[in-house]
Each structure stands twice: as structure tokens, then as C-alpha cells.
Design a protein around this ligand. Structure first.
Ligand SMILES: [Zn+2]
Ligand SMILES: [Zn+2]
Length: 553
């Protein structure tokens, strides 16, 4: 019997502890597995029974093999993952130095197992196994170190790498390093990394935070924003919106942060994709946003949240100057369906009453509507309301939770965003596909916003025909694939592939010859406005050329 007593846990070599080849070896030798997953499950259970700890010492991933003859089929590569794997005991320590100085012929433990792909290239076979340890096996140590599923997780990426990188911002070089470690397509990790690699290739300043599940190579959460989104959040930080997309997928959720651009439209400033039911996403997303664009921390004055967002206290801490509001129309819908659920009668007075409650323009009007509720709604609902919504009335009743000076309708803005997401995202996409769709949507939304005909009509309404014609022509060049943008201390730089043009912070002046000679808005101003969310129709663009305006003499 093997010495397994607690007193022998030191791991000191025990010469002579080598057991003769026995049943254990017979059980394993020549055993066949049709997938790495099958082997991992078998080996986890086997190690658990024997309280032995093995780790992968060397391995040759099938995806990185070169073949002189016909290569194995892709599904086989996917299933088997390795052409050979050598697992050794945790007490291996087989360095040359240790061997040279050790009083024993082999200072570390020599227990090991070798698995190889069969010559037919369709299964893994245990080709060597040496299971005698030169030390005691300690159940306490085993319980401490053993991680079920580790072999399987490690077959995609080294788990220690994902643990280390998790919750940190990653850059292009990190993603490329992870890609070079990546041995299989498990859990879509490789696909996600490939999308990130593309993102960084076109936008090296994008901000990405990856969270992996602990000890697993599964992406739990991805936070990301492109450098365009960063520009938008710097320019329009006053009001933010945070909501979850409804009905995206069974597996994961999409959260977006929006701002309001110069034309009053909701624009995305950050995305967070996460496994469903990941807690406290508001805190994680806002913290990541503030880390990416630190200026916004003190600038945000108001944040409107979707009705189901929890842990609102995170806002106080991360955006100390921001008032919290809850999307009023979502609160109304919630109240109405809760009333049905709690047994409200079919009563056509209910909806108008709830609307009056939410839209109350004075505390007295709110109090009155709240009183009326008691008469037509069941007691249970009134109690629910008093517990959940009364204490937060300042966040959703119109009198307190007024929107803004700029008359933005928060509910409409969130609804529009939801519709745009539904139109842009593939039906039940993978995480990687969803990221691709979202990034494409950014580019597409620009095109959508540039309604040249409508803009030209606006300019014709205030300009004389000739300058209006020039402006229309320039609008036609605003969308240009080769433009590259850069923020500077003075404003913006635009490269069109040949030359570079400088514009002021307010985007009303440009260094190009078109602007200098006509003092009318040029293609560069339009393109940069499009990019940064400023309105393309802006009478301010004509301030320096009053003669172009209708009614000027
Ligand atoms: Zn050992
Ligand atoms: Zn210009």
C-alpha cells in the first residue's frame, strides 16, 4: 500500500517508494480516447480517486502540426487537439541542475503519462505510463491544488495567462500574444480574439477590457469602445444613458452606454457584452468607461438607466456629479404589467392613472395620483408600488426627473437605439459576430446620418443659390473611406491620403483652400463633424460669410 498519511506530506523523496508496475498502469496503458474532452473528464476523475496531481509538461497541438501525408480532418483536429501530450507529476522538478546536485538518481518524481495520436489519426492513445511516485500522496495538498476541468480549459489557452489578463485593459500586442497561444476554437475565444485583432489593426487606440471566468478559458465579459466613441464621450459627456438590449440571445447580454450628440441623437460611447446574469454590470461598465476617458468622471450631469438596471449606488461613486434617472416609459410599462400580475381588474382607468402619476408636474399632482391608485388598484399592487417605486420617485416622476435643457426624450432615445441594434445584429449571434455587427453599425450609422438631400435643402433655405450649390457639392465628399482623423490640442487633423488639414475645436474653420477661398463649410469640416457627432447643418458654419446668406445684400 502506498504511504498516504498526513505526516508524510513534505514531498521529500522517499527512495524505494517506487511500486512495481501494477494494475494502475494496466488500466491506463493503450487506453484510447476519441477526444481531448473525453480524456480530460476521464483523467480528472482518475486523479481525484488517487489524489495525484499531474500537469502538462509538453504538448504538440494538432493545429500547429505540419503534415507530410494527408492531415487529419478539421473535426478531428478540433476533437483531439493534440498530436502528443506528456503529463508529469506535480513533483517532477526535473531540471539538469537539480539532477546534478541531487543525492538521488532522480530528485523529482518520475511519474508521467504520454498520450499520442494513433497512426490512423483518429484517436489519442496512452503510449507510456509510469505511475510510481517517489513521495507520499497528500490529500490535503491535492484538495488545495486540484482544479477540475483545468486540462480541458488549458487546451485552448493557458489558464494562467487568462487569469492574469482578466479584468485588465488589453492592447493589440496582448491580443496577438493570446492569439499565438491559442490552440483551439473552444468557446469562441479564438473568434473573439480574431475580431479584437482586427479592431486594433484599424483602431490601435481602442479600449478593450476582457474578463475571463476564473480558471476557465471562457470570456465572461468584454468591455470595448473605439477611438471614435471616445471622441464622442469627450465631446458630449453631460447626459449618458445605460441600458440592456432586450432579447438578444440566450447566452449573453449586451449593455450600451449612449450620449446625445450635437444633433440630439443617441450615440454609443461604450459596449459591454457579457454572459447572462453577470452581476453589477453598471458598476463594471461605468468604472471601465471612466478608466478609458477619465475626463468624463466629473462632467456627467445626468445618467438615465433602463428599468431593470440594479445597484444604482455605483453611480454616486463613479460619476459623483451625475443625477440618476430611470427611463420613465419603461417604469410605466413595468407598473402596468405588475398591476395585471397582482390581480388588477380590467379597468380602463388604470393606464391613464399610471401615466398621470409618471408625468406629474408637481409633488401635489403626484400625491393625488398616488392616492387615487388605492381606490382602483389592488392592495398588493399598492404595497409593491410603495416598496419599490415610491422611494425612487425622484428618479422617474417627471417633476423631479425632468429631462434636460436640450429637450431630449430619454425614453425615445433608448427605444430608437434598441431598434437600431435589432436591425444591425445578426439573429442570435455569437459574441464575436455581435462585436463585428456592432463595429459595422458604427460605420453604417455615419452613412445613415448623412442625408445629403435633406441637408442641402436646409442650406438652400438660408443660402443664396451659388454658395448653396458649393455646399451641396462638398457634402457629397463628406463620406470618404480614406480619411484619417486625429485629435490635437487645437482641434482636429484630417489626412485624406495626400494632404493634411487642420480644423478648430468647434469645427467651423479649416486650413484647406476650399474653405480659405470661399469661407464656406468644406468636405473636411463635414467629414469630421460626421465623425464626432456634430450637426452637419449648422448656421454657425456661415458666420464668417454673411454675404452667402439669403437676405444679405
Ligand atoms: Zn509524484
Ligand atoms: Zn477643408
Amino acid at each position: 500500500m502506498r504511504a498516504g498519511g498526513l505526516s508524510l506530506c513534505s514531498g521529500e523523496p522517499l527512495p524505494g517508494a517506487q511500486a512495481p508496475r501494477g494494475m494502475e498502469e494496466d488500466e491506463l496503458q493503450e487506453k484510447e480516447f476519441f477526444s481531448w474532452e473525453e480524456f480530460s473528464a476521464f483523467f480528472d476523475a482518475w486523479c481525484e480517486r488517487r489524489k495525484v496531481l499531474f500537469f502538462v509538461k509538453n504538448s504538440v497541438p494538432l493545429s500547429k502540426c505540419k503534415w507530410a501525408t494527408a492531415p487529419p480532418r478539421p473535426d478531428v483536429v478540433e476533437a483531439l487537439k493534440y498530436s502528443s501530450v506528456r503529463l508529469v507529476c506535480k513533483d517532477f522538478r526535473g531540471s539538469n541542475w537539480a539532477r546534478a546536485w541531487s543525492p538521488y538518481p532522480c530528485c523529482g518524481c518520475c511519474a508521467s503519462i504520454v498520450l499520442k495520436m494513433s497512426p490512423k489519426k483518429d484517436r489519442l492513445i496512452v503510449t507510456e505510463c509510469q505511475l510510481a511516485h517517489n513521495h507520499a500522496l497528500c490529500p490535503i495538498e491535492f484538495a488545495y491544488y486540484f482544479k477540475k476541468g483545468y486540462l480541458m480549459a488549458n487546451s485552448c489557452l493557458p489558464v494562467r495567462t487568462t487569469n492574469k489578463i482578466s479584468k485588465q485593459f488589453v492592447g493589440g500586442p496582448d491580443v496577438r500574444r493570446l492569439l499565438s497561444y491559442c490552440k483551439s476554437r473552444d468557446h469562441g475565444v479564438l473568434d473573439v480574439l480574431t475580431v479584437l485583432d482586427r479592431l486594433f489593426a484599424s483602431d490601435p487606440n481602442a479600449k478593450v477590457k476582457l474578463v475571463f471566468m476564473e480558471d476557465k478559458v471562457i470570456v465572461q465579459t468584454i468591455f470595448f469602445l473605439s477611438s471614435r466613441m471616445m471622441v464622442l464621450s469627450r465631446r458630449f459627456p453631460l447626459m449618458l444613458f445605460f441600458d440592456r438590449m432586450v432579447g438578444l440571445n440566450e447566452e449573453f447580454d449586451l449593455y450600451s452606454v449612449l450620449c446625445v450628440d450635437g444633433a440630439g441623437r443617441g450615440r454609443e460611447v461604450a459596449y459591454c457584452l457579457t454572459q447572462r446574469e453577470t452581476p453589477d454590470l453598471l458598476r463594471f461598465t461605468l468604472a471601465s468607461l471612466v478608466q478609458s476617458v477619465p475626463e468624463v468622471k466629473l462632467q456627467v450631469r445626468c445618467i438615465t438607466l433602463g428599468v431593470e438596471i440594479a445597484h444604482l449606488e455605483a453611480v454616486k461613486e463613479l460619476l459623483p456629479n451625475a443625477r440618476v434617472q430611470i427611463c420613465r416609459s419603461q417604469v410605466l410599462e413595468t407598473l402596468f404589467s405588475k398591476a395585471q400580475e397582482l390581480g388588477a381588474a380590467e379597468d380602463e382607468r388604470i393606464w391613464p392613472l399610471l401615466c398621470r402619476l409618471a408625468a406629474a408636474k408637481s409633488p401635489a399632482a403626484y400625491q393625488q395620483a398616488a392616492q387615487e391608485m388605492k381606490a382602483i388598484l389592488p392592495q398588493r399592487f399598492v404595497r409593491y408600488f410603495q416598496r419599490h417605486w415610491q422611494p425612487r420617485s425622484e428618479m422617474w416622476v417627471q417633476f423631479w426627473a425632468f429631462e434636460t435643457a436640450r429637450n431630449v426624450n430619454a425614453c425615445e432615445l433608448l427605444k430608437q437605439h434598441q431598434r437600431r441594434l435589432l436591425a444591425a445584429l445578426s439573429p442570435s449571434p455569437t459574441v464575436a459576430q455581435c462585436m463585428l455587427d456592432l463595429l459595422a453599425m458604427q460605420v453604417g450609422s455615419e452613412a445613415h446620418e448623412l442625408d445629403e438631400g435633406e441637408l442641402a435643402t436646409h442650406y438652400r433655405a438660408i443660402c443664396k443659390p451659388e454658395p448653396a450649390g458649393l455646399i451641396e457639392e462638398e457634402l457629397g465628399f463628406a463620406r470618404h473611406g480614406r480619411y484619417r482623423f486625429q485629435e490635437t490640442a487645437e482641434g482636429y487633423l484630417l489626412h485624406d491620403g495626400l494632404s493634411e488639414f487642420a480644423m478648430d475645436q468647434a469645427l467651423t474653420r479649416c486650413s484647406c483652400s476650399i474653405y480659405s477661398s470661399s469661407l464656406l463649410p468644406c468636405r473636411h469640416l463635414f467629414a469630421t463633424r460626421l465623425r464626432t457627432g456634430l450637426a452637419l447643418f449648422d448656421p454657425g458654419l456661415l458666420h464668417r460669410n454673411q454675404a452667402a446668406l439669403l437676405g444679405a445684400c
